[in-house]
Design a protein around this ligand. Sequence first.
Ligand code: HEM
Length: 179
Amino acid sequence: MKGIVFTEFLDLVEDKFGLEMVDKIINQSNLESNGVYTSVGTYKFSEMLQLLQHLSEHTNISIDDLLLVYAEHFFAVLATSYPGLIDSYKDPIDMLASIENHIHIEVRKIYPDAELPAFKVIEKTDNSLIMIYKSSRSMHYFGLGLMNKTFEHFNSSATIQCEKIKEDGTEVKFIIQKN
Ligand code: HEM
């Protein structure tokens, strides 16, 4: 997992819960990095999981809800860091349908070792999209947060349903309907 995902996460934790919480979750985790991340480095996903688990225990917020809120923050980071990628779209449905064959392909050119999910488009109309998310990291709530913010970015909104195809969340169907 790319360092930018860790650095932005820890910044948000500090912002919402204070520096002591950052120290606490780092100290409670068993981290090869020792909790020192650079945005271009690459670190084990298991480090993110441990940080999320400990934050969830201290805040009584589920890991899924933490990922949802974090993704909403991360969208702003992406929009600032890669404005050209997002600006090449005029419509949120078109943008979401292009994650797999455009957006994440560009991401892979920047970060060849990025661990990206697969999004397979099943059905697309002007106002709706059905996609299947697949990833060993089960970060579909992170995807949901990014999708919510994608609609907001285009001054639009949508109702998004998630249906787990696999119980562990490694395969999830997204049913997206523009409001
Ligand atoms: C992960 C970039 C848009 C879904 C990531 C990562 C980067 C990235 C750098 C982390 C990879 C790693 O840590 O190895 C971008 C950029 C975008 C964009 C630059 C737009 C300009 C989106 C959108 C979605 C999405 C709109 C909506 C569904 C995900 C998910 C992950 C991810 C779910 C977590 C990894 C996983 O589930 O396996 N993306 N992304 N991305 N991205 Fe994107």
